[in-house]
Design a protein around this ligand. Structure first.
Ligand code: ADP
Ligand code: NA
Length: 331
């Protein structure tokens, strides 16, 4: 069939930031025009690392509010949180029994996240890719927007679908395709141009969150790390200058220009002039979203109602798929 259905997830781990927006959320908003979309706040995935119980509900609403404020249309897309549809966890168990230990052992993200003391990582962190496969396949999603860091997991989702279809002599699951997202896909820390801007960076100065006010945004950009040279005349002049490349990349993304055009605009200028221009566009875009997010988060009941409505539709979509799965397996 030519029906195209996207599944995308974001963990409710707090501090939704400009990297999440430019690298993921903004692309999701654009995708709604051409695809049916399911957007899921993946709270079960977040549990693979310790989460403070008292923070979970608020962080879930924060991600939901960020998506809605950025332009996700919940009348046309599904938006809900993962734990509200038990089919994700049930199908993940089935997939734990389809996937092979050897496949999981090859996942590089587990090795990175588990760190040196692998024996003490949660079993969930190890099995995470099977839950991700379940998220996607419970709805027979056909396309998944992925960054570089999730490509290996999506490959595993395809392997699980292929093995399930083969083992149970069915064509139940589609073999989903990655949607590789555009150039602004990687926003770096404002304090260190070689590290990703991240929710978990201990320095708040390293990221612009979507709820930062104009003064905070201006101050973070003013203090953002740079080098002593003026801005280069050409994009090649950004080689070996990660901070300049990052800030110009953010400017280009926020203004929908390509990087070369952004470089030309500020060629030979001091960082101070460029930072003033960057502040203006960042305050405009983040300010618009942050104001709406805060309005939404001030009414938790309304956000929860949207999530509940989304979950109800999600369960209605996954229930027949689960019935097919159980039938194929003789359960
Ligand atoms: P974080 O890495 O801050 O913990 P997540 O892993 O929850 O954030 O990522 C949520 C989404 O945002 C993913 O699609 C991820 O690729 C994207 N993302 C996260 N950080 C960045 C970044 N610095 N630049 C671009 N995209 C990012
Ligand atoms: Na990440």
């Amino acid at each position: 069939s030519d029906r195209k259905l996207i599944f995308s997830g974001m963990q409710p781990t707090g501090n939704v930031h400009l990297g999440n927006y430019l690298g993921a959320i903004r692309n999701w908003v654009k995708l709604q025009k051409d695809y049916d979309c399911i957007f899921c706040v993946v709270d079960l995935h977040a549990l693979t690392m310790w989460q403070e119980p008292a923070m979970m509900a608020a962080q879930t609403r924060e991600v939901a509010a960020a998506l809605i404020a950025s332009g996700i249309d919940t009348d046309h897309c599904l938006l809900f949180n993962q734990s509200m549809n038990p089919d994700h966890a049930q199908l993940a168990w089935i997939f734990n029994c389809v996937a092979r230990v050897g496949w999981m052992n090859r996942m590089t993200q587990f090795k990175e996240k588990a760190g040196k003391d692998r024996e003490r990582a949660s079993l969930g962190l190890y099995a995470y890719p099977a839950l991700m496969a379940a998220d996607i396949l419970a709805y027979k999603a056909t396309h998944v927007p992925v960054g570089e860091d999730q490509k290996q997991h999506l490959e595993l989702t395809r392997d699980i679908a292929i093995k399930f279809n083969h083992d149970f002599e069915t064509e139940l699951f589609p073999i989903c395709e990655p949607l590789i997202l555009g150039p602004a896909a990687r926003v770096m820390s404002l304090r260190d141009g070689t590290r990703k801007m991240s929710k978990s960076d201990p320095s708040e100065q390293a990221r612009i969150t979507l709820t930062d006010g104009p003064d905070e945004i201006a101050q973070k950009i003013r203090r953002a790390k740079t080098d002593p040279e003026p801005l280069p005349e050409t994009a090649e002049g950004l080689d070996g200058r990660p901070e300049a490349a990052n800030l110009l990349g953010i400017y280009a993304a926020l203004t929908d220009k390509d990087l070369a055009a952004a470089v030309t605009e500020f060629a030979g200028q001091p960082f101070s002039a460029f930072k003033a221009a960057l502040t203006e566009v960042a305050v405009a875009e983040v300010g618009r979203i942050g104001t709406e997010m805060k309005r939404l988060m001030a009414d938790p009941g309304a956000v929860d109602a949207i999530l509940h409505r989304g979950a109800e539709k999600a369960r209605a979509m996954s229930a027949p798929v689960m019935a097919e799965v159980y039938a194929a397996m003789g359960l």
